[in-house]
Design a protein around this ligand. Structure first.
Ligand SMILES: NC(=O)c1ccc[n+]([C@@H]2O[C@H](COP(=O)([O-])OP(=O)(O)OC[C@H]3O[C@@H](n4cnc5c(N)ncnc54)[C@H](O)[C@@H]3O)[C@@H](O)[C@H]2O)c1
Length: 392
């Protein structure tokens, strides 16, 4: 059993996603578990090189997590070009703010690195497709984070769809969101750039990338969309206590038509207070049964167990509607989805294991967000054309 080190340049690791999900819960967790066993019996061992703008923060991170020098070089740098020039770095990963992503990916592709990135791949479809083509031309492996596919709740939902539980699926209703504090009397729990369109913010660009692969991958391909966006809170207060104008959408109300006439509605909001069991929930109704899936849980009601409520507002409700639903058991150990996808990508790089979520998949997410913004602006329903790989 040989150990094969694989150098990973990680850009944006001082940020929320870069640190918590990608460095801590993925790459460092993979090292803690002893690496990744390949089909050939070797062990893949990721060696992160942290990249960012703040030397102090990078040094702290490296020290806190015991990352050591390799080949006489520090495991961090503020110079992306220098990290990419290190011959032992094979993969570039990007979790920077969205507008910084495309240029950094171009640099990584020019240096011949395989690239894995947070979503959205780019700020618009043209750029996303340009990156996909560049990556193909460079002959490297490429991938985009699609973490929601690995959520236990959605894995269970997928199991139900694939097992034919629903009969004919009629509709999907998704509720995503929570209240993001304005930053005045309580600190906001998301970075302020999310609320400025000029900095790559907005809930449509953020969340529609996810909804595209969730709908396509778990239910059925999306064919058209209608969207009403809103900036409900026009002014917020940033990390430094300074008020700023919120120029980006903080809520989006979408209606989507899927293959087979399935109607999906998804509300995405940073301006709603949670009266749900989880921060995202999808209800799928079919002729044979229904399901409600969240991040972790999934509950079902079969046709044979469907109660017969009678509408009578003159009397207080006595039915316990939730009691008529049944919990789907785990039947498996669910790992952190970010980590699972990292393991798949690294095995894709090292031994060509399958990895379906390439830059074209990422571009489909960006396409959906772009169409969503246009549908809202133009106040009309838009088709979602198929994206074909340039090589096909
Ligand atoms: N997959 C998911 O569920 C998910 C969730 C949230 C965010 N994201 C994506 O991850 C990326 C990062 O989001 P985040 O919430 O971690 O953001 P964040 O603000 O917490 O982190 C941003 C990172 O980018 C770096 N950066 C580089 N150039 C910058 C600049 N000019 N201004 C500010 N920061 C700069 C920062 O130093 C920091 O490391 C975004 O593209 C976002 O869409 C994905």
């Amino acid at each position: 059993m040989a150990r094969r080190s694989i150098g990973v340049v990680m850009n944006g690791v001082t940020g929320r996603m870069g640190y918590r999900q990608h460095l801590l819960r993925s790459i460092l967790a993979i090292r803690e578990q002893g690496g990744i066993r390949t089909a050939g019996g070797d062990v893949l061992w990721p060696e992160p090189v942290l990249v960012g703008r703040d030397e102090g923060k990078l040094r702290d991170l490296a020290e806190r997590h015991g990352l050591a020098e390799r080949h006489g070089l520090r495991p961090w740098t503020t110079d992306l070009a220098e990290a990419l020039a290190r011959p032992e770095t094979e993969v570039y990963f990007d979790a920077q703010v969205t507008p910084a992503r495309a240029a950094a990916i171009r640099a990584a592709l020019a240096a011949g690195k395989h690239v894995y990135t947070e979503k959205p791949l780019a700020e618009d479809l043209a750029d996303a497709l340009a990156l996909a083509r560049l990556a193909d031309e460079a002959g490297v492996k490429h991938g985009v984070v699609q973490d929601k596919l690995f959520l236990p709740g959605l894995l269970k939902l997928r199991r139900l769809v694939e097992g034919g539980f629903f009969g004919r699926i009629l509709s999907v209703r998704g509720e995503f969101g929570y209240w993001v504090f304005e930053g005045d009397w309580q600190e906001a729990q998301r970075p302020s750039w999310n609320y400025r369109a000029e900095d790559g913010g907005g809930i449509i660009l953020d969340m529609f990338c996810h909804w595209r692969y969730v709908l396509d991958g778990v239910v059925a391909p999306v064919r058209s969309l209608q969207v009403l966006g809103a900036t409900h809170i026009p002014e917020r207060v940033d990390e430094h206590g300074r008020p700023y104008k919120a120029t980006a959408d903080d809520a989006a109300y979408g209606i989507f038509e899927l293959d087979g006439g399935i109607v999906a509605q998804i509300n995405s909001s940073w301006t709603t207070r949670v009266f749900r069991d989880e921060l995202v929930e999808f209800q799928v109704d079919g002729t044979e049964g229904s399901a409600v899936a969240g991040l972790r849980r999934c509950r079902v009601q079969h046709r044979s167990m469907t109660p017969k409520p009678v509408w009578n507002p003159d009397l207080p409700a006595t039915d316990d509607f939730r009691a008529d639903w049944h919990e789907i058991s785990d039947n498996a150990e669910f790992e952190n989805g970010f980590k699972t996808q990292w393991e798949m990508f690294l095995r894709h790089v090292a031994e060509d294991a399958p990895f379906p979520w390439d830059f074209y998949a990422g571009a489909r997410g960006v396409q959906f967000a772009e169409l969503g913004l246009r549908a809202w602006r133009e106040g009309r329903r838009l088709d979602v054309p198929d994206l074909v790989r340039s090589k096909e």
